[in-house]
Design a protein around this ligand. Structure first.
Ligand code: CO8
Length: 377
């Protein structure tokens, strides 16, 4: 690696509203009961499928999720709506995603001891952006008063790690001095709360990371990036088809097929070995062994998935300190999961300690960064 680049600050913002599994299951089951009553004859004739109840026990056991945060809770639990009721904003108002991006960006700047004048590149990277253009990143750049340039990136669950890699490369190459990467993961509008297999998976959150040259870093907790790696392999097993062609294709933009859906079992089986192999090769590529790594800030999609990946890597169970879990509180927050884990569990590491940030998900896509804690400035 050429010029040393560091992660000098990270920020986390979570919404005020919590939805527990119990609340979500009660709303889903009420919806299912109503559907079954209204379609009794069709179900009896075999023309419609009976909707089975969802269960709190299943959700926690299958996923490790106990609750999730919602940007707007109103509407999600309403059986007549089953989606958040997010007030429309006019073109001269701050967009929803820019608003939550700003919360996390300010926290990351404060941790990095940077002001907008220090930053010259902004990447907003997440699973969805609420519009195509102007880029949410340019709106964030404008709201913060940052000079330079900004752009959006969409790589589903790997959006954050892929953006960190782009930021690293730009600083190493000299095309940027200091980069703000923001992940405003507003997932709730794309969740099908009428789908028993997926209604419990996602939560809303916003994270941000500041990266800069090691020479300019004055942060207390900074991590030098020793290596980065990205991998993609095409799969239809996690899809969201919502897109701009719906208007021309005369397709209902809000039909179930256009919302998030997945073959969860297949994802589990295929992604776990890929992620474990990727992590091992990534650590070895920078001349280290997996046992040298003190902390694994892994993507947070499913508890069993994280336990299995760390076990394959280490040959034993990882302790909660080695591979922290935030899923129980936050649920799957698309690309923000590994960054939440980093935000909440990095300050205790000592100078020289090694860690890995890694995401895996739709695409398929896997992204990772090996980092080493620097001495406090
Ligand atoms: N309540 C009760 N029972 C249920 C429920 C429920 N809610 N759902 C399913 N069941 C039943 C099933 O019907 C099945 O019953 P049976 O055995 O009789 O057929 C049984 O429970 C087992 O079902 P599954 O096999 O589906 O259950 P799993 O144990 O595999 O768990 C998971 C399902 C939790 C989905 C699991 O497979 C998983 O987590 N897999 C990994 C998925 C993953 O990591 N996906 C990544 C997606 S995120 C991503 O990539 C980014 C996308 C961008 C963001 C999108 C924002 C909206």
């Amino acid at each position: 690696m050429s010029k040393p680049v560091v992660i000098s600050g990270a920020g986390l913002w979570k919404p005020d509203h919590v939805i527990t599994n119990a609340e979500l299951v009660a709303a889903y089951n009420a919806y299912a009961d109503r559907f079954n009553a209204e379609n009794e004859a069709a179900i009896a004739a075999g023309d419609a499928a009976l909707m089975e109840h969802s269960s709190e026990g299943f959700i926690e056991k299958a996923s490790g999720i106990k609750q999730r945060y919602a940007y707007v809770k109103d509407g999600i639990l309403d059986v007549n709506r089953m989606r958040p009721r997010i007030p429309h904003r006019d073109e001269d108002e701050l967009s929803h995603q820019a608003e939550i991006a700003l919360h996390a960006a300010r926290a990351a700047m404060s941790a990095a001891r940077k002001t907008p004048a220090d930053i010259d590149m902004v990447i907003v990277s997440c699973a969805y952006t609420e519009r195509s253009y102007p880029a949410i990143a340019i709106e964030v750049q404008h709201a913060l008063g940052i000079q330079g340039f900004a752009f959006d990136m969409l790589v589903a669950c790997s959006a954050a790690t892929f953006a960190l890699q782009r930021a690293h490369d730009a600083i190493a190459a000299g095309s940027a001095r200091c980069v703000m990467v923001v992940n405003p993961e507003l997932t709730s509008p794309q969740v099908n709360y009428r789908d028993r297999d997926g209604h419990f998976i996602f939560g809303d959150v916003s994270t941000a990371v500041v990266l800069e040259s090691a020479q300019t870093c004055t942060a207390v907790h900074a991590y030098e990036i020793l290596g980065t790696q990205a991998l993609t392999s095409y799969s239809n097993n996690i899809r969201s088809n919502f897109g701009y062609l719906a208007y021309a294709e005369d397709v209902d933009p809000f039909c179930a097929a256009n919302l998030f859906h997945q073959e969860g079992r297949r994802v589990f089986k295929e992604v776990c070995p890929m992620a474990a192999e990727h992590l091992k090769s990534q650590v070895e590529a920078v001349g280290l062994e997996v046992d040298d790594v003190k902390r694994w800030w892994l993507h947070q999609a499913n508890l069993s998935m994280n336990l299995l990946i760390s076990k394959r890597l280490l040959g034993r169970d990882a302790s909660p300190e080695e591979a922290p879990i935030v899923l129980d509180e936050y649920a799957n927050t698309a690309s923000a999961g590994s960054i939440i884990a980093f935000c909440l569990h990095h300050e205790d590491l000592a100078e020289g300690d090694l860690g890995v940030i890694c995401s895996f998900g739709a695409g398929y896509s896997i992204g990772s960064l090996v980092v080493r804690k620097r001495a406090a400035a």
